[in-house]
Design a protein around this ligand. Structure first.
Ligand code: 0X9
Ligand code: ZN
Length: 407
């Protein structure tokens, strides 16, 4: 490596460390304080008092609060320099954690009571609600009456962009409806859109909770051998465990002890089985820029030629908008137990997996940069996938009709 590159990398790394730690670093400390007057002074710095004893308190503070406490002449003892952050690194702050997704969904639902219904469809292993947003005009009287499309994100913990895209889709639809966008008004008067942006909240929270990414993929189920996590996209029952899925709990692609062993996949199964008007489904993942259709467990094409052509033609059509490569899931690699093999195989729902941007991790960030491409991708990736999403909503009444419209 030449000197210039070395200096550049060192400088960039230092800059990243200082800017990030200044804002997000937390200190766990003991502060001598005898009475409530002194404790109030400490609390007024903004620091969180965690424990109170007769002559001291324990406190979690950021750097600024720590400085203020010291300025007030309190005697401080540092217990731990870095406390868990429970959030994205500051550079990725625009990404939504579980609570931010929930408050966004709640805000959408509260401000659009005639258009939106927010429901929990079940709970994760660690007891977080799995949130579903349902959007249709005059939702009170028309829920469960219109042809439906289902969008899902966040099966895999580290694929944060796959949460942002369906979340943005929900925001865009309700905003445009409110602004009188005729196309959206027309769509939502004839369709119901179902959006579950975060299928795996436990995994996602685990991935970000130390302030540096864990590169986590699975859910957070405790396994029999002491390891953690089932790959939710190997846990659906159709041809479960027939290839490209592991029976080793330590593996990244552990299929679980049995099909639908996980509450997250079971919640989606139950929801889909209760909502037979869902005729089209899109599961967002990252990354590679692909549009995938079943099968994933075998190289064979779908038996039913009409359904096969529907998948292929729709995928190719959508690829014109997002410039992704359209191909069968097994063409990526054979893997069994994914959502789309089950939703098509068991319920004949026309089903797609999008592997969103980027195309590949870049050299400087290592392979993991594909999963953590930064916030600048959120908007453009949402935009290039908007037309494909609207197209799927439009054809949710009878996806196969695209073949006659198209030819
Ligand atoms: O392996 C997966 O579950 C998906 N890729 S990811 O990198 N997001 O993990 C691809 C699923 C496509 N299905 C099959 N190849 N069966
Ligand atoms: Zn994935």
């Amino acid at each position: 490596m030449n000197l210039f590159k070395y200096i550049l990398i060192t400088f960039t790394a230092l800059f990243a460390v200082t800017t990030q730690s200044d804002v997000t670093q937390r200190f766990y400390l003991k502060v001598e304080a005898k009475d409530s007057f002194q404790r109030t002074l400490i609390a007024n710095t903004g620091a969180a008092i965690e424990g109170v004893d007769s002559d001291y308190v324990t406190v979690i503070a950021n750097r600024e609060e720590l400085m203020l406490i010291r300025k007030l002449n309190f005697k401080t003892t540092l217990l731990e320099t870095q406390y868990s952050l429970f959030n994205f690194p500051i550079k990725d702050d625009p990404y939504h954690n579980y609570h931010e997704v929930l408050s966004n969904l709640e805000q959408i639902a509260l401000s659009n009571p005639h258009l939106v219904r927010l429901e929990s469809i079940g709970k994760s292993v660690e007891g977080l609600d799995l949130w579903m947003l349902r959007i249709t005009e005059d939702v009170e009287s028309n829920i469960d009456t219109r042809a439906s499309a289902l969008f899902l994100g966040g099966h895999h913990a580290r694929e944060h962009l796959s949460v942002e895209v369906p979340l943005q889709l929900a925001n865009w639809l309700v905003d445009q409806y409110a602004q009188g966008n005729l196309r959206v008004k027309q769509l939502l008067s004839q369709r119901e859109v179902h959006i579950i942006p975060m299928v795996n909240p436990d995994g996602l929270e685990y991935d970000i909770k130390t302030g540096s990414y864990q590169l986590w993929r699975k859910n957070r189920a405790p396994n029999a051998n002491g390891t953690v996590g089932v790959d939710l996209n190997r846990n659906y029952s159709y041809q479960w465990g027939t290839g490209g899925a592991s029976s080793n709990p330590s593996s990244e692609t552990f299929k679980g002890p049995h099909p639908f062993s996980e509450p997250e996949t079971t919640a989606i199964k139950n929801y889909i089985e209760k909502h037979s008007l869902i005729k089209i489904l899109l599961s967002f993942h990252t990354f590679s820029e692909l549009i995938l259709y079943p099968w994933g467990h075998t190289d064979q094409p779908i038996n039913d030629n009409t359904d096969y052509q529907t998948h292929v033609k729709m995928a190719q059509h959508m690829a014109k908008w997002n410039k992704y490569k359209a191909t069968s899931a097994s063409d990526l690699y054979i893997a069994s137990g994914d959502l789309t093999d089950w939703s098509y195989g068991t319920h004949k729902i026309i089903s797609f997996t999008f592997e969103l941007d980027p195309k590949a991790g870049n050299f400087w960030g290592g392979a993991s940069s594909g999963f953590y491409p930064g916030p600048s991708l959120i908007d453009p990736v949402f935009k290039k996938n908007l037309e494909p999403s609207l197209f799927l909503i439009e054809y949710a009444d009878n996806p196969q009709r695209f073949l006659s419209v198209h030819e």
